[in-house]
Design a protein around this ligand. Structure first.
Ligand SMILES: [Zn+2]
Length: 454
């Protein structure tokens, strides 16, 4: 079975399940104040691949990913544009969903909005006050982190070291530099909700702990996010759960970050700042393959050269599938043995902490073998291998062969058609179909949405 590295124990282990065969997965979602960037794309792909692989292994995944729709960044953007904060959040959420659809990721079964859970957040903070873990200041309510058993479990840093490194903002009034805000009292003209500690809004860490426990329950299986969320976000989510007497996530998974030109993906970095820029220039499948070619815990360099290399790999896979598309698969034992060997090695690699580079190395080796089989006149054996390659890559969300090279304009039309269908705007959906057909595509409807092939 799949063994995953756990950030808390720093060891690789199977996910402990409350009910055999069912995994509750909470992944921290976006703060909706701007377009998704390339780093968001990687994180979403990593958890999409994890979810698809668990499902491939027969496990049911309850995937929850939140939308943080109230935050300083949203308020600041709304203010600078003279707009309503809620309008900015809604617009950015729609943009996020449209871009994720372009990436071909499965939508989480539930995407809770922070603003729908404020009442439960206020209840949690009240309970933490009652238990003596939280205190009120002129700014709001803070959690006394040093009182929480195991504080530092995820970030592996002692309270003393953390205290030495902590920076206290000038406007913060708190007893200990490591304490963090649960409730922020509103400044004039800021959006605010009622609470016993004055009108204000919850802290970000309080949002995720409340939504994950509300939707996945006590001791849910797996909590994920980028490595940049380990501290303070996840450490502080856990601290509140523990202080309030809850069993929190059993297993913690964190994906590595994206670098662009060797630099951390954070500031403005030219054309690759937004994910849509990338998807306008490259096939979304190339980005998925690039993500698969790196281990999920390693940093990932994203630039035109690395994506081009992935696009070339994809072309090799597509070429084999096309090469044998008219051939019947072989019935004999020899070729199915190589297919079952491929399947077994693929599963072994994936089970070992999602070793996607290892799994892909097996696939590319099988492609090399299949091509030489075609060269030596054994095309039906090659077809059997190609079918297994298609199936295994499909299990990771990578559709091969059927697509040929899909340009940005084509994939945008597919996304527009799926959006139109979801909104029951059939006129636009039909219009997109005709345009795609005019561009030489065969358009098919599948449970995952529109699929196009030549
Ligand atoms: Zn979160």
């Amino acid at each position: 079975m799949l063994e995953l590295f756990d950030t808390a124990t720093q060891k690789t282990a199977e996910i402990a399940m409350r009910e055999p065969g069912v995994v509750g997965l909470y992944v921290c979602g976006p703060t909706v104040y701007g377009p998704p960037h390339v780093g968001h794309g990687r994180a979403v792909l990593v958890y999409d691949i994890l979810r698809r692989y668990l499902e491939f292994r027969g496990i049911r995944v309850h995937h929850v990913s939140n939308i943080t729709d109230i935050d300083d960044k949203i308020i600041n953007r709304a203010r600078s544009e003279g707009r309503d904060w809620h309008e900015v959040a809604l617009e950015c959420e729609a943009e996020w969903l449209a871009t994720m659809d372009r990436m071909g990721v499965l939508r989480p079964q539930q995407s809770p909005h922070a603003t729908d859970y404020v009442e439960q957040m206020v209840a949690l903070i009240a309970s933490l006050m009652e238990r003596g873990f939280a205190y009120e200041t002129t700014e709001g309510v803070y959690l006394r982190a040093a009182l929480v058993p195991g504080y530092g479990l995820l970030s592996h840093q002692s309270i003393e070291d953390r205290r030495a490194g902590a920076r206290v903002e000038l406007d913060e009034a708190k007893d200990d530099p490591i304490d963090f805000a649960l409730w922020k009292r509103a400044k004039p003209d800021e959006p605010a909700w009622r609470s016993p500690w004055g009108d204000g809004r919850p802290g970000w860490h309080t949002e995720c702990v409340v939504m994950s426990l509300a939707l996945l329950g006590e001791g849910f299986e797996l909590h994920g996010g980028g490595q940049d969320l380990i501290f303070p976000h996840h450490e502080n989510e856990r601290a509140q759960a523990v202080a309030d007497g809850h069993l929190f996530a059993r297993h913690w998974m964190h994906n590595g970050l994206v670098t662009v030109g060797g630099e951390k993906m954070s500031k403005s970095l030219g054309n690759f700042t937004t994910l849509d820029d990338l998807l306008d220039r490259f096939d979304a499948r190339s980005y998925r393959l690039l993500v698969l070619q790196a281990h999920y815990r390693s940093p990932l360099e994203v630039n035109p050269t690395t994506i081009d290399a992935a696009a070339n790999g994809l072309a090799r896979i597509d070429a084999l599938v096309r090469r044998v598309s008219g051939v019947s698969p072989a019935p004999e034992a020899g070729s199915s043995a190589s297919s079952s060997q491929l399947r077994q090695r693929f599963v072994e690699s994936m089970d070992a902490d999602l070793d996607t580079p290892g799994a892909l190395a097996e696939i590319f080796e099988a492609i090399r073998v299949a091509n030489s089989l075609v060269d030596s006149g054994e095309a039906s054996s090659a077809r059997t291998i190609a079918d297994t390659v298609t199936e295994l890559l499909g299990a990771l969300g990578l559709v091969v062969g059927a697509h040929e090279v899909v340009g940005a304009q084509d994939s945008e039309m597919v996304a527009r058609r799926d959006r139109a269908r979801a909104e029951r705007d059939f006129a636009t959906a039909d219009e997109m179909r005709s345009q795609l057909e005019a561009r030489g595509w065969v358009v098919e409807d599948t449970p995952e949405g529109t699929r196009i092939r030549r």
